[in-house]
Design a protein around this ligand. Structure first.
Ligand SMILES: [Zn+2]
Length: 487
């Protein structure tokens, strides 16, 4: 091992944002995206944008390891660090404005990278712009995660119109389609055409005409959020709304969403979950995005808001019926209590879905409801831990499982030779504490001393290494400039 590192010692630490021909991550403990245990020390050899080799440095394999040190253009010393596949955010929105006020796209892209996110699935933004950003990212012209574009489908009037619209989106270059608030007959038509054309379908299944049974019957790729799952298991077929309830009133909608899981019949729910598994309908629950409903004060006082919250986002989050998700007007301890119970049943259902063999992914839906880009995904990981999942499984959900939902599992979401070089180097052990993934770091005792540490150190996307402390400084600067300009 010493010999090996000496061979590589001449090589420099990489320059942030610059890909080299041969980059070695040296002496890392590796957590793959397939749910297997951590193992190391290992050298990961990256050639251009591909993982060329993953080499065990244990005594048995030392002879092989000697190869790794040769002729590296740059080396990242990962001694004491963990390497994971880059995180995938399966429910993201590219946002260049909030509430009509402009917000620089770099703000969101940089925070994503700083949070270790190397791939996002955009499930609704400006499609043309999303495709332009997808191209710029793929060409390495902007610092950004990979982007998969799933445009919002809208609400076609007839099945014929739905079929035609799917064809148009395919021709325009969509990677998949996001549906929301759709009628059953048009959903059936659009899904049939999407399957025909090889487009995957992400369904925000609200309390609408359709529910999880329709996803099961029509072959939805992933259910986004959750509502249509308990809704499919209600004995009376409809939730017990008060007479004054109005679905278009967000305070009403989110308040009574907090009563939805308790109204699901457990036996019926099991049948729904079993049928989802059998029909290969995955579940991307976005646990983070509802958390303000169960603990508003926690949501409003997240420590990273101090230096990293852009003023446009800050403004957008404030209670205001004009902004989607800013429904906290008259939010009560009773609402929070219902939502706490709602989460408990929801988390149990997730665990049950997993035990039945269901595919669970992860996305943060940030930019709404006090969730900051990227930070929301890491918070989601913590909530999956609260639900009862082992951190190895949670990392798999945020990497390998999401790659499967995207249909990209043959080249994304693993630390494996031949896969794309999308990796993160983490300061600390996320299996012990998922919070080490937050770019703002954690306080720890090391060698008997209190230190501020943690955070992703390097986010490597497509072989391009980004030094996270530099990204974070850039974001801080962007935020302080925007705050000054606002005064
Ligand atoms: Zn969304």
């Amino acid at each position: 091992m010493l010999v090996l590192f000496a061979a590589a010692a001449g090589a420099q630490t990489p320059v942030s944002g610059r890909r080299v021909r041969r980059l070695i991550i040296h002496n890392a403990t590796v957590i793959d995206g397939n749910g297997t245990p951590a193992s190391g020390p290992k050298d990961i050899v990256i050639e251009n944008n591909t993982i060329a080799d993953v080499i065990a440095l244990d005594p048995v394999s030392l002879g092989r390891g000697a190869r790794a040190g040769a002729a590296a253009d740059a080396v990242i010393d990962a001694t004491g660090k963990y390497v994971l596949p880059g995180l995938i955010n399966a429910h993201a929105h590219l946002q260049e404005e909030r509430g009509g006020k402009p917000q620089p796209i770099e703000y969101e892209l940089d925070i994503w990278l700083a949070c270790g996110i190397t791939t996002i699935r955009d499930v609704g933004s400006d499609m043309k712009r999303a495709m332009e950003l997808r191209r710029l990212s793929a060409e390495g012209q902007i610092a950004a995660p990979r982007i998969f574009v799933y445009p919002m489908f809208g609400r076609p009037k007839t099945p014929l119109e739905a079929t035609a619209h799917v064809k148009d989106l395919k021709a325009a270059g969509a990677d998949g389609i996001k549906i929301l608030g759709i009628d059953r007959d048009t959903m059936q038509a659009m899904e049939a055409e999407a399957h025909e054309l090889g487009l995957r379908v992400a369904h925000h299944v609200g309390v609408e005409e359709t529910n999880a049974w329709d996803d099961i019957h029509f072959g939805t790729t992933s259910i986004e959020h959750w509502y249509g799952i308990p809704d499919a298991a209600i004995e009376a077929g409809v939730q017990n709304f008060p007479a004054s309830y109005n679905y278009n009133n967000e305070t009403d909608r989110f308040r009574y969403a907090g009563h939805l899981w308790r109204e699901a019949n457990p036996e019926r729910l099991t049948k729904v979950l079993q049928a989802m598994v059998a029909a290969h309908v995955a579940w991307d629950p976005t646990l983070d995005i509802y958390e303000a409903s169960r603990d508003l004060q926690r949501a409003q006082t997240q420590p990273w808001f101090a230096e990293l919250l852009h003023p446009t986002l800050e403004e957008y989050f404030k209670p205001n019926p004009a902004n989607h998700g800013s429904y906290f007007i008259g939010w009560t301890s009773t609402d929070e209590t219902f939502w706490k119970e709602n989460y408990r049943i929801w988390m149990d259902a997730l665990l049950q879905f997993d035990r039945l063999g269901g595919l669970i992914g992860m996305g943060d839906d940030a930019g709404f409801i006090y969730q900051m880009y990227g930070f929301g995904l890491i918070r989601g990981m913590e909530l999956h831990q609260e639900a009862g999942f082992h951190p190895l499984k949670i990392i798999q959900q945020a990497t390998g499982n999401n790659a499967r939902i995207l249909g990209q599992e043959d080249h994304l979401g693993r630390v494996r030779a031949g896969w794309n070089a999308d990796l993160i180097v983490v300061n600390g052990n996320p299996l012990e504490n998922l919070k080490v993934l937050y770019p703002t770091g954690v306080d720890e005792i090391r060698d008997g001393k209190a230190v501020h540490t943690g955070g992703v150190e390097w986010t490597i996307k497509d072989g391009i290494p980004y030094h996270v402390p530099e990204l974070v400084s850039k974001v801080k600067e962007m935020v302080s400039q925007a705050r000054l300009a606002k005064k």
